[in-house]
Design a protein around this ligand. Structure first.
Ligand code: PLP
Length: 289
């Protein structure tokens, strides 16, 4: 007999998305960026943490991978609920965790899955070695990979510094077995993304939005793309919508510290009225003697 509190009628209508990624305690990248982005798309996020990082707006100072057995146990428990309809993979954090992710993507091959091959932070800290991602058939399993230019270069061994080289890298990644790729180039003069799925090669260009010191854009783009796939949109539409979402979240980015600004993932929500002003107190002007 089914307990009425667990009956199908009580399930939320929102798609449930699983993110497998690192934890950024400053909330700009990783798991928290993913969960906020899913919420902004009316999706419900569940999360398996691959690694804890020590970081603030000024950079990453340490990375502590989660034990692979624990990661597997968390993912299995979340999948056992039977409601996950899409998977996003971000920072993996090492070989043993890459094997867990590979196993899960192979088992759940019917679900849309986006893999953002996170290798290092913009502040230069290594988050996962490229060899962990290149191990076995991991890159062949997801519906789409979303490397930035540096990641595309590290995975292909090619130089990737402009739109033409992004196209060549996208072709190479598909030749290496990827089902589809979008190489993101948000740091070029125009924000340029190159999509290739083995037949269609398309370049998306948008104005680059200041400020350019934003944190977590890759995580946010790939989780917005996953949310749009979970909502049933075709791949190309999902990419275009994710790009628009990231541009707007960058436009609304705000300073929570002296370093790189986190995007405003929840810019679409109506802001609660402020009851206190938390902006830093103005410094006293120096008095002339
Ligand atoms: N921390 C975590 C957990 C991440 O997943 C990432 C990127 O994916 C970063 C930090 C780095 O983000 P950024 O390069 O935008 O600073």
């Amino acid at each position: 007999m089914v307990n009425s509190s667990n009956s199908a009628a009580s399930y939320p209508p929102e798609p449930v998305i699983l993110t497998i990624a690192g934890f950024d305690p400053s909330g700009g990248a990783g798991i928290s960026a993913d969960l906020k982005t899913f919420a902004a798309h009316n999706c419900y996020g569940v999360a398996a943490i691959t690694a804890l990082t020590v970081q603030n707006t000024q950079g990453v100072s340490a990375v502590y991978p989660v034990d692979a057995g624990t990661l597997r146990e968390i993912i299995h428990a979340l999948l056992e609920d039977g409601r996950v309809c899409a998977i996003k993979v971000g920072m993996i954090g090492g070989h043993a965790n890459a094997e867990v992710v590979r196993e899960i993507l192979a088992r759940e091959h019917l679900l849309p899955a986006v893999l953002d091959p996170v290798l290092r932070s913009a502040s230069g800290r290594e988050l996962t070695g490229p060899e962990a991602l290149l191990h076995g058939d991991l890159l062949k399993l997801p519906s789409i990979l979303t490397p930035n230019m540096d990641e595309a270069a590290a995975l292909t061994g090619l130089k990737v510094e402009n739109a033409e080289e992004m196209k060549i890298a996208a072709l190479k990644l598909v030749e290496m077995g990827a089902r589809a790729v979008v190489v993101t180039g948000g740091h070029l003069e125009k924000a340029t993304d190159v999509f290739y799925d083995g037949s269609l090669l398309e370049t998306f260009i948008a104005d680059r939005i200041k400020p350019d010191n934003t944190h977590g854009t890759g995580c946010t783009f790939s989780s917005a793309l996953t949310a749009n796939l979970a909502l049933g949109r075709p791949l190309r539409d999902a990419i275009v919508l994710a790009k628009v979402f990231v541009s707007e979240a960058i436009r609304k980015a705000f300073p929570i510290g002296p370093g790189r600004l986190p995007l405003h993932h929840l810019y679409r929500m109506q802001q609660a009225p402020r009851i206190a002003d938390h902006s830093p107190a103005p410094t006293e002007p120096e008095t002339a003697h």
